[in-house]
Design a protein. Sequence first.
Length: 411
Amino acid sequence: MQQLLLVAIRDILPNKVRLTITRLCFFFNSICSKVLDPVKLDELENEAAITLCELEMYFPPAFFDIMVHLIIHLVREIKCCGPVYLRWMYPVERYMKILKGYTKNLHCPEASIVERYIAEEAIEFYSEYIEKAKPVGLPESRHDERVRGKGSRGLHVITPSVEDLQQAHLYVLNNSNEVLPYIVRHENLVKQSNPKMSKNSVLKKHNKTFLDWFKHTILADDNAYEMLRKLADGPKRNVITWQGYDINKYSFYTKAQDQKSTMQNSEVTLRAESQHFASVHDDNPCVAFIPCFGFIEEIWELNYVKFTVCVFKCKWVDNNTGVRTNDVGFTLVDLNKLAYQNDPFIMAKQAKQVFYVEDPCDQRWSVVLHGKTIGVNVEDDDSYIDTYVSPLSTQLSPNVVGEETDDVHVN
């Protein structure tokens, strides 16, 4: 209901009924988030009341039982007891399956459960006093490596072209904090050497000459850090590739591996900073943060001897003609309109996972659904925080819906 229902009904229901059900789906998506803003709870409570009023306009009285009425109290319950995911029954139901597995004597199932539960408790208690022992029934988390980054399947070694390897290396340097002072310094040198050159041309020349200049500068500096020296030397010619890679609590696959799987894991999004030039001679570009959407073609692990850096080689959808937002707030992409072939690489730690669902209204377009990470992080990094903002709260207001002609009735 939170993800697929609002996409499935896009082409099968009248507009007003569809918007109301979509509003209800967004409401449940908001209250089930792992992080909630207390300031917005009153707005969510008002949203629930408006949605129920709209449902009463389009559905018969028999539809409204006590379960539908309880929606109005969910936000008040969150105010008193905290986020929903900490109180729902899914973990309890999973643990009931474990307890049922303790039953070996069907004649006395309760006694069997109690006996095995006490035995497990006793073993876990004793294991605390045994050095290097692993607790029974408490396995190590398999998600730890998904944060740091680890290849999961399809290990191969390739020798890419020099051009592709330099593109990947340049992207790593441009996104390393240690290299940032050298990037600014080199841009200033290029500008001073060519005072009449436009900023757009300066950036192009900087990208062409920065790798050689950076290598010569670092190797001539005896006080440079070892990490900078390894970055200046560049990655090894042979590159390890993966078909699957776990990082940021996501599991990423390449497009080729995705075609063998029943799930989508190759679609990614990136919030990229870009400079927009009005013309070739424009010296005051507009800097903007734009969400880019695409899919992973290859996964590379660049080897800098002392450390490795994982990068994704992607194909990106053209933001000008292949991405749009509809009136409800859905982001739609046309996967056939690709662009940015000269800038295919991103660092794996920057990627966020999305899913593309074919739009029932137009098969050329796909609806973008954002993935959720596994578990909750205590870190303050926004990339790990699972929040959800309902597009309807900004795109639609109750007055807008009320102004439409009431042409939908259910008898």
